[in-house]
Design a protein around this ligand. Structure first.
Ligand code: NAI
Length: 324
């Protein structure tokens, strides 16, 4: 069978997660998606209404299929973590009359209605542990885990003006979320086997990082630069731990600037894109597909000896010492 991928952090067709999904689908993978709860409804509706059909087109002319969308909030690991105000938040608890019943069941239910899948969420099924459990129940196992999400409530504040709460929130949503996802998904990831000293069918995992982890990028504040530094360090340590135990590879792509929804919220993305155009060795706009294609390579057997790596996909901007 083809490989099965779970991609956490897709809520529209503009971001890196979507482009990675497309590249993996084009290579024959089955696509499962984890979508942040506040964005779930609109993503699911847009998908159903064909709003993304144009961007679903794969190189062979067929449309990318998303087998299932799971509600996810990657800042929660276990049921006990979900605070009271979230449990009673409408966007999380759902607003249909079904909700009470499903809340009682304390389970995520995807119910077939009129031939469409309707997703009814409850705050109990969005945590990392439960999402992995749901994927296990539905599909048994996965081969590829992609973490393409980040959040820093104080991102527009300089680090020296960032509160402890904001800093920890950035780390929680953007760094620990990956540790938690991988930890909970590893038990259902197909472990690698050595055959003639090449890893066969190796489970593989990937995240997205940004050069602000290692160079000063004014404007990428709120502890987000710290969060990316943690993500990159964790990539190395998890590559060791998951590699030794399960022969699973763990890498991260340091991507150049893209005008995604998340990036636009930061506010300086256009400047970053212009800066890259003016200063990178390759003076062209970076397309999300180029990151998607690198992701497809990294999770494939072609990259069987690559783990614990930060791979730059940024038109070479990282290699510059000064802007010219
Ligand atoms: P995006 O907006 O497409 O993706 C971010 C996703 O994170 C959104 O779908 C959002 O709903 C989700 N999210 C936020 N908090 C969440 C939570 N608690 N639980 C689950 N999902 C949550 O934007 P983009 O830019 O494609 O981001 C994807 C990754 O790429 C991020 O890690 C980002 O830092 C990284 N990146 C982006 C660059 C850019 O210029 N856009 C440059 C380098 C890295």
């Amino acid at each position: 069978r083809g490989k099965r991928a779970f991609i956490a952090g897709i809520a529209d067709d503009n971001g890196y997660g979507w482009a990675i999904a497309k590249s993996l689908a084009a290579a024959g993978a089955e696509i499962l998606v984890g979508t942040w709860v506040p964005a779930l409804n609109i993503f699911e509706t847009s998908l159903r209404r064909g709003k993304f059909d144009e961007s679903r087109v794969l190189p062979d002319g067929s449309l990318m299929e998303i087998t299932k969308v799971y509600p996810l909030d990657a800042v929660f690991d276990n049921l006990e973590d979900v605070p009271e105000d979230i449990k009673t938040n409408k966007r999380y608890a759902g607003s249909s009359k079904w909700t009470v019943q499903f809340l009682k069941l304390k389970r995520f239910v995807g119910a077939g209605i009129g031939g469409q899948i309707a997703f009814l969420t409850s705050p109990w099924n969005i945590v990392c542990l439960e999402v992995a459990e749901s994927v296990k129940q539905d599909f048994g196992s996965i081969d590829i885990l992609v973490h393409s999400l980040a959040n820093g409530p104080e991102v527009s504040k300089p680090l020296l003006e960032t509160s402890r709460k904001g800093y920890l929130a950035a780390l929680s949503a953007s760094s620990y979320s990956y540790v938690s996802l991988l930890k909970h998904f590893i038990p259902i990831m197909n472990p690698g086997m050595f055959l003639h000293s090449i890893i066969q069918q190796c489970g593989s995992s990937l995240s997205l990082t940004y050069i602000a982890s290692e160079r000063i990028i004014p404007g990428y504040g709120g502890g987000m630069s710290s969060a990316k530094a943690a993500l990159e360090s964790d990539t190395r340590v998890m590559a060791f731990e998951a590699g030794r135990k399960h022969r699973i590879r763990v890498n991260t792509i340091s991507a150049g600037p893209l005008g995604s929804r998340a990036a636009k919220a930061i506010g300086f993305i256009d400047t970053m894109i212009e800066y890259s155009l003016a200063n990178a060795p390759l003076q062209k706009e970076l397309s999300a597909d180029e990151v998607g294609n690198t992701a497809a390579f990294l999770v494939s057997p072609l990259a069987s000896a690559i783990t614990g790596a930060v791979i730059y996909v940024d038109n070479g901007l990282n290699a510059m010492g000064v802007g010219v």
